[in-house]
Ligand binder design. Structure first.
Ligand SMILES: NC(=O)c1ccc[n+]([C@@H]2O[C@H](COP(=O)([O-])OP(=O)(O)OC[C@H]3O[C@@H](n4cnc5c(N)ncnc54)[C@H](OP(=O)(O)O)[C@@H]3O)[C@@H](O)[C@H]2O)c1
Length: 413
C-alpha cells in the first residue's frame, strides 16, 4: 500500500500515484514579489483526462512568466484558468519540466508510464475547429501556456499535461539540464524559423537582445546553426564574452548608450539626441561585423526600452520579431522607418508541437548547448524567481530540482 504523500526527493514506485503532493503555489490574496508570493503547500494530486498524462517532475525550468504570475500582472492567472474549468483559488507556477510519466489517459498513444520526458508548454483544445482544420495550433483561439494560463504547472511533484506536450528527454542530459531549455528554446525557434519569408538564412545578421539570457543564449545558437551571424546585446563585457562562446559574431554593450525608452516627439529638438543615440547603436553593430550590414532579423523581448531602436536598425525588408515586453509595453514605433524601408514588426508567442519537437531534436542531437546557468533547490523556488525578477540571475537558463533527489542524475538514482 503506497503512501498518501511523499517527501521531496522521495520517489514513489513508477506508476504509483499518491493522493497528495507538494507544490509551489501562488494565491490571489498574496500576489506580489515572487519571494513571498510563491510558497510550498500540500494539495491533492490532480486527476487526468483521457488525452492527458501525469508526469512526476524531477526538475523544473525557471521562466519569467512565473514572475508575472506571482505579481498578478499584467493578468490574474487564476482568472485565466477559470476559462478551462480549472481551480481559481490557486495556481502552480512552472512551464518547463523534465520527469517521468506516472499515468496516462485512455486515449493516449504517444507516451506511456515510465517514459522519460521533457514537457513543452503549448496547450490547446484538441477539438478546436482551427486545429482540426490543420492550422497552426500556436494561433488557435484556445491556445494557452501550460503553467501560466493553466493551473497545473511544473513546480510540483506531479504535473497534469496534455500528452502531446511530452517529448523524449535527451538521455545525455541531467534532469536539471533537460528541464531548463524547452520553453525558451522552442520560443526562439518559432521567432527565427516560424515567420516566412523572414526566417533566418545563411549569412543573415540577427541582432539578439539579452544575448546571455534564457531566450538569447539559445537564439544565438539557433542563428549560428542556420548559418547566420548573431550580434548579441548585453549589459556587461563578461556577458558579451559568454555570447561569443555560444557562437555570436560579437556583442554591443547597451550600457554604452542612453537613448532608451519612448523617444521624444519627432519634431522636438530632443528627438535629435535620441536619433544620434540610435544611429550610434546601429554603427556599433556594423563595427562588430566589420561591414555596413544591418540586421535582417531583430530578436526582441525587452520591448518599451528598445523597440524604437530595433525598428530603426532593422534592415530594409527585415523583421523585428517580439515575444515580450520585459521593460514595459508602451512601445513607440516611428512608422517612417517601418513603411519607408518596408520592415515587418511581428509578434510571436510560444510555439506549436512541430517547433517544440524541432528544437528538442537539436538538443537530443547535441547540436544545441542547454546553457544551464545554475540549479536551485525546491525550497528556493520563490527566491530564484525573485532573483530573475530583479535581473540578478547568472547567464543562461536556470532550473530547480523538484523531485530529483540530487544534482547530476540523468535517470533514476
Ligand atoms: N511569449 C513567449 O512565448 C515568451 C517565451 C519565453 C520568454 N518570454 C519573455 O521574454 C522575456 C525574456 O525572457 P528570458 O527567459 O530570456 O529572461 P532572462 O533570462 O531574464 O533574460 C532577459 C535578458 O534581457 C536583457 N534585458 C533586461 N532588461 C532589458 C532592457 N531594459 N533593455 C535591454 N535588455 C534588457 C537582460 O540582458 P542584459 O542586461 O545583459 O542586456 C537579460 O539577460 C521575459 O519577459 C519572458 O517572460 C516570452
Amino acid at each position: 500500500m503506497g503512501k498518501d504523500l511523499y517527501e521531496m526527493g522521495e520517489l514513489p514506485p513508477i506508476g504509483e500515484v499518491p493522493a497528495k503532493m507538494h507544490a509551489q503555489l501562488v494565491r490571489p490574496d498574496r500576489f506580489g514579489e515572487p519571494e513571498t508570493a510563491i510558497r510550498d503547500e500540500v494539495i491533492d494530486v490532480p486527476e487526468i483526462g483521457p488525452d492527458e498524462a501525469l508526469v512526476m517532475v524531477m526538475a523544473a525550468g525557471v521562466n519569467f512568466n512565473n514572475v508575472w504570475a506571482a505579481r498578478g500582472v499584467p493578468v490574474d492567472v487564476t482568472k485565466t484558468q477559470a476559462r478551462w474549468g480549472e481551480p481559481t483559488e490557486f495556481h502552480i507556477v512552472g512551464s518547463d519540466a523534465a520527469g517521468i510519466v506516472y499515468a496516462v489517459g485512455e486515449r493516449v498513444t504517444n507516451v506511456g508510464v515510465g517514459d522519460r520526458v521533457v514537457v513543452h508548454a503549448g496547450q490547446w483544445d484538441l477539438d478546436d475547429p482551427w486545429v482540426i482544420a490543420g492550422n497552426d495550433p500556436g494561433l488557435a483561439p484556445s491556445f494557452r501556456v501550460w503553467g501560466y494560463d493553466t493551473c497545473w504547472g511544473s513546480f510540483a511533484q506531479f504535473t497534469k499535461v496534455q500528452a502531446h506536450q511530452c517529448l523524449p528527454k535527451a538521455p545525455h542530459l541531467t534532469w536539471e539540464e533537460a528541464a531548463a531549455p524547452t520553453l525558451t528554446g522552442a520560443t526562439a525557434y518559432r521567432m527565427l524559423h516560424g515567420w516566412p519569408p523572414n526566417t533566418v538564412k545563411e549569412g543573415d545578421v540577427v541582432l539578439v537582445w539579452g544575448g546571455s539570457g534564457g531566450l538569447g543564449s539559445l537564439a544565438i545558437q539557433l542563428v549560428t546553426l542556420a548559418g547566420g551571424r548573431a550580434v548579441a546585446v548585453v549589459s556587461s563585457d563578461e556577458r558579451g564574452e559568454y555570447c561569443k562562446s555560444l557562437g555570436a559574431a560579437g556583442y554591443v554593450n547597451r550600457r554604452d548608450f542612453t537613448h532608451w525608452g519612448v523617444p521624444p516627439a519627432w519634431d522636438s529638438p530632443e528627438w535629435k539626441t535620441w536619433f544620434e543615440g540610435a544611429k550610434g547603436f546601429g554603427k556599433a553593430i556594423w563595427d562588430v561585423l566589420g561591414e555596413r550590414t544591418s540586421p535582417q532579423i531583430v530578436f526582441e523581448h525587452p520591448g518599451q526600452d528598445t523597440i524604437p531602436t530595433s525598428i530603426f536598425v532593422a534592415d530594409r525588408g527585415g523583421m523585428v520579431v517580439i515575444c515580450a515586453g520585459t521593460s514595459g509595453y508602451d512601445t513607440m514605433v516611428d512608422v517612417r522607418y517601418l513603411w519607408y524601408m518596408q520592415k515587418r514588426y511581428q509578434g510571436s508567442h510560444l510555439f506549436n508541437d512541430d517547433q517544440a519537437a524541432a528544437f528538442n531534436g537539436l538538443v537530443r542531437a547535441q547540436k544545441v548547448r542547454t546553457t544551464l546557468g545554475h540549479t536551485y533547490d525546491y525550497g528556493e523556488t520563490g527566491h530564484v524567481h525573485q532573483e530573475m525578477g530583479d535581473g540578478r540571475l547568472p547567464e543562461g537558463n536556470v532550473a530547480v530540482l523538484v523531485n530529483a533527489p540530487e544534482r547530476g542524475l540523468t535517470d533514476l538514482p
